[in-house]
Design a binder for this molecule. Structure first.
Ligand code: NAP
Length: 487
């Protein structure tokens, strides 16, 4: 990738806080550096938002709320459709920017831009379908009228692993529903969100509807917003421990809450599965986004009769993947986000190996610059290996055996998380039995990819509350008002 293109894209990003439709310096003027995880070099500096900026952002969101709620739904939809188009027109630049700050290979970054933009297209179509109900009181006396209204100003907090899509999955339905918002992107990857805000401005978004405050002091900046009764909702994507803290803070003014939290996805391969498909899809379920995905297959539970073959074939596939800076031709595996994440992955592998696991491929960091870790397959996993319980968030596939369907389901459900599970079997009865028994919000049935703007994304148990995308996604931003009508 040529350096001139990188410089041009980095130069094109506004680096301020985005409040009331304007780009500003942070109050106090502080900035922070954004690092390229593949080179550990500084890419650029961005305004370091403060609590005062957060309150200014909420002032703007609050001031814009009534007019935005009254804007014709078709206009809100058309705005989303224009943004969808602009994102696609600029997909190459957005993808390059994302690869620079987050590390994922360019092709995957482009895929995320397309996927992220689709939420705007989907919710442009949903904006005009917000409806209510008129019915007769069961007793016949009077009528029942229900209507849906925007919940009001929202705080949207996003993680670094999908810097655009985790934002558009919230911004799209909030805009469609008629809510205004303050967005706090992850400190490692604010550039993609800043670029998106600029695109939304160009698409004609009224001032104050969207405000973006990048910062290195997340809790200092969001804390005052939870204390302010003008805020009516928080939607968060990130780790479960932070989600729990935010739910406590949200209790103060009883905010509407949407939580997309951590996962620990089991990937079940039964003896009757199409093994070619199971291996092929495992590469996607494990290696998409360098394994740094809440829906990444975290543990492979494979029937004992096919486990060795499955593991050997998966090791062969992962071992042939090209590791490198995501901007380079043919690279399939980029760096992890930072040193902390790489150490965590290494510790989980070392722990498993210390407890008897066998390294079939990989098992160590790569290179002396950037946070690379080799695609890894481990066999012979013991029951007490920590990576069976914790989210790995890296390119590591532990393969564990089972002998009965009951044992497989029990192992799959042995987690406080319940985001997604993958099931590979060619027996339809087994498929439906197992799908029904799994304690998760989503299942990939003979598929390693579930994310789709037209489908409800979300988890049960400690993986979260609420759904993003699909028919239900917009409901997270709407309140129901019931009117008892006397005729
Ligand atoms: P994280 O540490 O929880 O951070 C997520 C966001 O919350 C970041 O913007 C972060 O800001 C902010 N934050 C952290 N502490 C906060 C606090 N006390 N108050 C307010 N905001 C706070 O998670 P992460 O490491 O970025 O992301 C990885 C996690 O996200 C994984 O567990 C993954 O499974 C989960 N995830 C879930 C989904 C889903 O849809 N279920 C999707 C993607 C990721 P800073 O950047 O400044 O720390």
């Amino acid at each position: 990738m040529d350096k001139a293109a990188e410089k041009r894209v980095l130069d094109s990003v506004p680096k301020g806080v985005f409040i009331a439709g304007e780009w500003r310096d942070a109050s106090g003027g502080a900035t922070f550096d954004i690092e390229d995880p593949a080179t550990q070099e500084t890419l650029c500096a961005v305004a370091n938002g403060t609590p005062a900026d957060a309150i200014a952002a909420l002032d703007a969101a609050s001031a814009a709320q009534a007019e935005w709620a009254a804007t014709p739904p078709r206009d809100r939809g058309e705005f989303l459709r224009r943004t969808f188009q602009l994102m696609n027109d600029r997909a190459d630049d957005l993808a390059l920017l994302m690869t620079l700050e987050m590390g994922k290979p360019l092709a995957e970054a482009k895929g995320e831009v397309t996927y992220g933009a689709e939420f705007f297209r989907w919710f442009s179509e949903e904006a005009v379908r917000i409806d209510g109900r008129w019915s007769m009181n069961p007793s016949g006396a009077g009528r029942l009228l229900t209507m849906k209204q925007p919940v009001g100003p929202c705080l949207l907090i996003t993680p670094w692993n999908f810097p655009i899509a985790m934002g558009t999955r919230k911004i799209g339905p909030a805009v469609a529903a008629g809510c205004t918002m303050v967005v706090k992107p992850a400190q490692q990857t604010p550039l993609s969100m800043l670029m998106l805000a600029q695109i939304m401005k160009e698409a004609g978004l009224p001032a104050g509807v969207l405000n973006v405050v990048p910062t290195t002091k997340a809790s200092d900046v969001t804390g005052p917003l939870f204390d302010d009764e003008r805020l009516r909702k928080v939607s968060f994507t990130g780790s479960t421990p932070v989600g729990k803290k935010l739910m406590e803070q949200a209790a103060k003014h009883v905010l509407r809450v949407s939580m997309e939290l951590g996962g620990n996805a089991p990937y079940l391969v039964f003896a009757d599965a199409d093994l070619d498909a199971a291996v092929e899809q495992a590469v996607i379920a494990k290696m998409r986004n360098i394994g740094e995905s809440c829906v990444a297959a975290n543990r492979f539970h494979v029937h004992e009769s096919v486990a060795d073959e499955f593991a050997a074939r998966l090791a062969q596939r992962l071992g042939s993947m090209k590791v490198g800076r995501g901007t380079e031709e043919g690279v399939q595996v980029g760096p992890l986000i930072d040193a902390v994440q790489r150490s965590k992955v290494a510790e989980l592998v070392d722990d498993a190996v210390g407890k008897g696991a066998k390294v079939l491929i990989g098992g160590e960091p790569v290179g002396d610059r950037g946070y690379f870790y080799a695609p890894t397959v481990l066999g012979g996993i013991s029951d007490d290996a920590t990576l069976l319980r914790e989210e790995i968030f890296g390119p590591v596939a532990p393969v564990k055996t089972f002998s009965t369907e009951e044992e497989a389901v029990r192992a799959a459900n042995a987690s406080e998380f319940g985001l997604v599970a993958y099931v590979f079997t060619s027996d339809i009865k087994r498929a439906l039995r197992v799908v029904e028994a799994l304690e998760v919000g989503m299942v990939g049935l003979n598929r390693g990819l579930v994310s789709n703007p037209a489908a409800e994304f979300g988890g049960v148990k400690e993986s979260g509350v609420g759904r993003e995308g699909g028919r239900e996604g917009i409901d997270e931003y709407l309140s129901t008002k019931y009117v008892a009508v006397d005729l």
